[in-house]
Each structure stands twice: as structure tokens, then as C-alpha cells.
Design a binder for this molecule. Structure first.
Ligand code: C2O
Ligand code: CU
Ligand code: CU
Length: 518
């Protein structure tokens, strides 16, 4: 179906850095408009109709400094009809007729007040003509109090996130701080963002996404909502299988998996290691030398690659598809590095051994321990339906942590696949993962552990906002809920799961209110 495309014929684009429109007393002010446009994603593919922030795919990169707040007006200037077929039946219980084209932007990984967080029901349409029930403001504020990290922004509208992001609504957001600058890591043209996504195309260049019924639920002829999406082409920074010419020196890559469903096992075919220096929430405490890195949807990794010994060579960034891979599957390739450019200046960067200090949350007083199941069922039309703790979005809020307190969430995955679980507002730490007998649990509801609790992988021992919760394991994370109260969400970041309906609200509440309660 998808046209055959030659690999490594386009050079890697670098998204442009966004410039503020003005600076005022509240910090820099930006405006970003979501638009429909056409962009060439491969030499041999006709231009693809896309949706993007400021008409770019991926969106432009924000670069901000810690403690310098910014304001962003997100403007929806999209057409009335969606780029992709919309299954409105999914969220019919939200009052039936939601506008087909609705958007709301979330800054993933950020510590943001609730009214600027991009709550799924804070959506708005073109020109703010219609707004969702949780709509609070047109201009969002990002305080940027947190440490240096690569965050990303993307659409988060109720029931339709998978289609809006697939159409192109995603970009990077980089926070800098002094601590990070003190390491003088590769910067400027030696620091490269890599936004990895999978896509499928039709021969005319248009995006392919499996079509869905567009009927009211009672008329569903053939229940066919896709429970996952895997594209057959890999797109990096908006080009299919691109290449990058590099100098024989160290480069810092800020890698983001912005795919809907696909996870990657990244490695270099030169058999050289990555030096991983950071996770979702910023620098690790020490550099990890690592040959293969697993990256789930929404996760970010910050790595240094040293090309200095590879002058003249071509190195492919690969995705290990495992021993049972289909030989026709071309998603084992991501992109190429060609070490062809002359060394423009001496590479004085060392790879630091020790990085930022990461205070452990383990010593905190634990206010609540919650066991939260990741489970699957079928809906009334027989379609697969994925849930958090067996609850749907419309069920009353069950997670109400107190501001400033620390909790442990035990994510018990009783499905057969990994779910990357993401929690808004905070960065957490992974405690451990413990395997249990899933068959036994399914037959009699008893939890029998089949092994010891495993500590997180060395490259996960930093701040995280998304964690791989594997099948038949209990993944425990420790979370301090601060610095804001209000309504947020937590969800699986497989967008097809998030939309149907593996997402739940949570509310951080003021501590003294709870004192009255008990
Ligand atoms: Cu990256 Cu709630 O999302
Ligand atoms: Cu988020
Ligand atoms: Cu999931």
C-alpha cells in the first residue's frame, strides 16, 4: 500500500528555533498558529498535506532558560474538517457532538499550572469559536522553574490526540540551566534534536492512517477502531530515513520518540556505544555507556556520540526489531550519519563522568501507596478498550494527592503488552519492577510474584515523566506532587490507548482541605 521509498536520500532538517513576538514584564511572549500546509517528506514523495505548529512539521523548537517564564498563545487556524478520518463514536458519551477539529496544546514534562497544562477538555476550535468545558485561558504560561531538560509540546485534545499528533502537531521545547552549561557539552551545530516518528503514506504523498467508522455508535457496522498504529516508514525531523553529515567529533543528540505507538531499541551499526547523559527530566547523575537504548513513545534520551574515530565512514542509527522480525519490515533503519565533514575546530569537549545530583525521593514520608491496574476489556460494540484501574474517563476522580506530599504508584500491568505511563505536572523516580504470574492472576485474582523486584535500568535512574510498564510486572514509581494544585491527567502514551480510553484525571489538592476531611 505504502509506496516504496529509497532510504537515506534526504538530509536531516533541523527545526528552526522559535522567536518571541515581544518581551514584556511577564517574560517573552510567543504566538504559535496551527495550520494546514504541504511539506515534502521524501525526495520521491509528492508533498504531504500536514498539520503543524506555525506550518512546520515537526513544530519549531522553543529554547528557554530556567526561571525565565514565557507566555504562548496557541492559535487554532485549522480547517473545519480533519485531515484524517475521525471516529466520533469513541467519545460520544461526552455529550455527543464534539467539534471534529479541536485542539489543545500540552507541554509534556513541564511543571505547569493546571490552567496552562492543556487539559484534554480545555480544547478550542478555529478562532476560539467553540471551547471545551475546561477551557480557562487563551494564553498559556510556562514558568520554566525546572532544571534543564528536553520537553516537547503536542496536541492533547480529548479523544482525538492520536489523529492530531499523527497529522503533525508536535515539537521540542528545550530548557537550559547553569548547571548544564558548566559541563560545556557539545552545543550549537553539534547539538542535534532527533524527533523520531513512524508514518505510512499513500502514493499521492498523503498520510495513511487506518480508516475508522464515522457513524454514530448504534450503526457501527464493523467495529474497527485501531488499538495501535505502526507506520512502515521512519520519519526523523520531518524526513523519511534522512542522513546527516557530521564531523569526526562528539555530538549531543536530544532524541524524542514522538510516535503514536511504536517503541524503538536504538543502536549504532558501528558497534560503538552511546554515552547517555540524560532522561526525560534532565541530566543523569553520571554518564552511562550503553550500546542499545529502549525508547517508548514520549520518552526522551540525551546522548553523546563520538564520531572522532570514524572519519570517512557511514554509521546507521538502527532499531533492533528482535529475532522474529519480518524481513520485509524496513523500520529497522532510523537514519544515517556520514562522517564526511572536515573538523572545523578542535573538539575540546570531554564526556563528563559525573553530572547533576539527583536527590532521591526514597527518604520522603510516603502519604499514600496506590495500586493501579493497567487493564483491557471490550466495549459494548466489541472493540478493544484499554483502561486504568478499570475506570473510564468520565468516572469520578479517584487520585487526589495532597500538595507537597509523596506517593508510590504501583502500576500493575495485567495486559499482554508494555504501556508507557505518563503523569502530568511532575517528574518522578522509578523504584522497581516486579514480575508476577499473570495467568494465575487472571484465573483467581491472586498476586504471586515470580521473581525479585528489579531496580530500574542504569539509564532510568534519573527524573522521568514516562515509564515503561511491562506486561506481568508491577512497576513502582515514587512521586512528589508539587508545586501546583489543580486538575491534571495521567495516561498511557500510546496515543491509540490514550484516546480509547487509557487516561484518567487526577487532582492535586491543598493539604489543609484534607485535614478537614479526616
Ligand atoms: Cu505527552 Cu499527557 O502527554
Ligand atoms: Cu505530559
Ligand atoms: Cu497503553
Amino acid at each position: 500500500m505504502s509506496p516504496k521509498l529509497t532510504k537515506f536520500v534526504d538530509s536531516l532538517p533541523i527545526p528552526e528555533t522559535l522567536k518571541p513576538i515581544k518581551k514584556n514584564k511577564n517574560g517573552a511572549y510567543y504566538e504559535v498558529t496551527m495550520e494546514e500546509f504541504r511539506q515534502k517528506l521524501h525526495r520521491d514523495l509528492p508533498p504531504t498535506r500536514l498539520w503543524g505548529y506555525n506550518g512546520q512539521f515537526p513544530g519549531p523548537t522553543f529554547e528557554v532558560h530556567q526561571n525565565e517564564p514565557i507566555q504562548v498563545k496557541w492559535i487554532n487556524n485549522l480547517p473545519q474538517r480533519h485531515l484524517l478520518p475521525v471516529d466520533q463514536s469513541i467519545f460520544h458519551e461526552h455529550g455527543g457532538n464534539l467539534p471534529e477539529v479541536r485542539t489543545v496544546t500540552h507541554l509534556h514534562g513541564s511543571e505547569t499550572t493546571s490552567d496552562s497544562d492543556g487539559y484534554p477538555e480545555a480544547w478550542f476550535t478555529n478562532g476560539f469559536e467553540e471551547v471545551g468545558p475546561f477551557f480557562k485561558r487563551k494564553v498559556y504560561e510556562y514558568p520554566n522553574h525546572q532544571r534543564a531538560a528536553a520537553l516537547w509540546y503536542h496536541d492533547h485534545a480529548m479523544g482525538i490526540t492520536r489523529l492530531n499528533v499523527y497529522a503533525g502537531l508536535a515539537g521540542m521545547y528545550i530548557i537550559r540551566d547553569r548547571k548544564e552549561q558548566s559541563f560545556s557539552l557539545p552545543a550549537g551545530k553539534y547539538e542535534i534534536p532527533l524527533i523520531i516518528q513512524d508514518r505510512s503514506f499513500q502514493n499521492d504523498g498523503s498520510l495513511f492512517y487506518p480508516s475508522q467508522p464515522n457513524n454514530p455508535p448504534e450503526n457501527l457496522p464493523n467495529p474497527s477502531i485501531t488499538p495501535f498504529f505502526l507506520g512502515d516508514k521512519i520519519v526523523v525531523n520531518g524526513k523519511v530515513w534522512p542522513f546527516l553529515e557530521v564531523e569526526p567529533r562528539k555530538y549531543r543528540l536530544r532524541i524524542l520518540n514522538a510516535s503514536n505507538t511504536r517503541a524503538y531499541q536504538l543502536y549504532l551499526d558501528s558497534e560503538q556505544p552511546f554515552y547517555q547523559i540524560g532522561t526525560d527530566g534532565g541530566l543523569l547523575s553520571k554518564t552511562i555507556e550503553i550500546e542499545k537504548i529502549s525508547i517508548e513513545p514520549a520518552e526522551r534520551i540525551d546522548v553523546i556520540i563520538d564520531f572522532s574515530k570514524y572519519r570517512g565512514e557511514t554509521i546507521t542509527l538502527k532499531n533492533d526489531l528482535g529475532p522474529n522480525a519480518d524481513p520485509e519490515d524496513e523500520t529497522d533503519d532510523i537514519m544515517q550519519f556520514r562522517v564526511r565533514l572536515p573538523l572545523s575546530e578542535d573538539d575540546r569537549h570531554r564526556i563528563p563522568k559525573h553530572l547533576a545530583s539527583i536527590p532521591s525521593l526514597k527518604g520522603n514520608k510516603i502519604t499514600a501507596i496506590r495500586t493501579l491496574k493497567l487493564n483491557g476489556t471490550t466495549d459494548e460494540w466489541g472493540r478493544p478498550l484499554l483502561l486504568l484501574n478499570n475506570k473510564r474517563w468520565i468516572d469520578p476522580v479517584t487520585e487526589l494527592p495532597l500538595l507537597g506530599t509523596t506517593e508510590i504508584w504501583s502500576l500493575m500491568n495485567i495486559t499482554n503488552f508494555t504501556h508507557p505511563i505518563h503523569i502530568h505536572l511532575i517528574q518522578f523516580q522509578i523504584l522497581d519492577r516486579r514480575p508476577f504470574d499473570l495467568n494465575l492472576y487472571q484465573s483467581n485474582g491472586q498476586i504471586v510474584y515470580t521473581g525479585e523486584a528489579k531496580p530500574p535500568e542504569p539509564n532510568e535512574r534519573g527524573w522521568k515523566d514516562t515509564v515503561a510498564a511491562h506486561s506481568a510486572e508491577i512497576t513502582r514509581v515514587i512521586i512528589r506532587f508539587a508545586p501546583y494544585t489543580g486538575d491534571y491527567v495521567w495516561h498511557c502514551h500510546i496515543l491509540e490507548h490514550e484516546d480509547y480510553e487509557m487516561m484518567r484525571p487526577f487532582t492535586v489538592i491543598e493539604s489543609d482541605k484534607s485535614d478537614e476531611r479526616d
